[in-house]
Design a protein around this ligand. Structure first.
Ligand SMILES: NC(=O)c1ccc[n+]([C@@H]2O[C@H](COP(=O)([O-])OP(=O)(O)OC[C@H]3O[C@@H](n4cnc5c(N)ncnc54)[C@H](OP(=O)(O)O)[C@@H]3O)[C@@H](O)[C@H]2O)c1
Length: 238
């Protein structure tokens, strides 16, 4: 198993439920951690809570390529290349097609798919030079199997999965791993604005989802975990 200690790891979406729990775990395992998210105040509060410096935080909207590039430039200047990029950014717009608007659809694609593309464009090139690295994304179960009301979300997450599978082919001659996590319902603020009857007390906890990410950061040197599925026990969609 690879060690987390000393690894340069960026958690994007670090202010979210899964991102913040992952950041806590990875820091406690000795990672050299960087945090990225939209909200500077939330990022700084998290950083202070887990013992990171302000310089390790990057307030970035990942739909803006120039912001992502600038942060990547600063990070690469300091450490050369990331060992692990974790993209835990996502927006969940769950509405039936009748009420789903053009803006809903575009926002889903912009954050969940184009944002992930912007991260790849900024952080993959130095990994390619070293031919080494790990990129973890969270397409989720709805990136693999459909659900009513998920046209926009699933379009973005199926797209994310398709993009990453294709990039995996591009990277075949390197040791750069692409790992996709397919989580089912996980109890975070992601669900606060979703108008749907769900049993959040039966969901996977953010802590358990973060432990899966922590585990994936230590996958064996000789192999790759290309996919991991973790779903609530009472709702196994895959
Ligand atoms: N929760 C679930 O049931 C579930 C299931 C399967 C997959 N997933 C996926 O898991 C990932 C994490 O979800 P979560 O449950 O932790 O959700 P969450 O608590 O809502 O966190 C989402 C994170 O994304 C950030 N974000 C949103 N738009 C952004 C943008 N344009 N630029 C930068 N950051 C942005 C948010 O920042 P702010 O703090 O600024 O809003 C927040 O940090 C997402 O990709 C989600 O699709 C979640």
């Amino acid at each position: 198993m690879e060690k987390i200690s000393g690894k340069h790891i960026l958690v994007v979406g670090a202010t979210g439920g899964i991102g913040s729990e992952s950041a806590r775990l990875l820091k406690s395992s000795g990672a050299n951690l960087f945090l990225m998210g939209r909200n500077r105040a939330k990022l700084l509060a998290l950083a202070e809570g887990i013992g990171l410096a302000e310089q390790q935080c990057f307030a970035v909207d990942i739909t803006r390529p120039n912001e992502v590039e600038s942060a990547a430039h600063v990070i690469h200047r300091e450490i050369g290349q990331l060992d692990i990029l974790i993209n835990s950014v996502g927006v969940g717009i769950i509405k039936p097609i009748d009420t789903l608007t053009y803006d809903d659809f575009m926002q889903s694609l912009n954050v969940n798919l184009i944002g992930a593309f912007n991260l790849l464009k900024a952080f993959l090139p130095p990994m390619k030079v070293q031919k080494k690295g790990l990129i973890i994304n969270l397409p989720g179960v709805l990136g693999k199997t459909p659900m009513a009301g998920a046209a926009a979300y699933s379009a973005s997450k199926y797209g994310l999965q398709g993009m990453l599978k294709s990039v995996r082919e591009d990277l075949k001659r390197t040791d750069i791993r692409i790992t996709n996590i397919f989580l089912g319902g996980t109890d975070t603020a992601f669900w606060d604005t979703i108008d749907m009857r769900v049993q959040r007390d039966k969901f996977v906890s953010a802590e358990e989802a973060a432990k899966a990410i922590w585990f994936l950061c230590q996958q064996p040197e000789s192999g790759v975990v290309s996919e991991l599925v973790l779903q609530p026990f009472n709702h196994q969609a895959i």
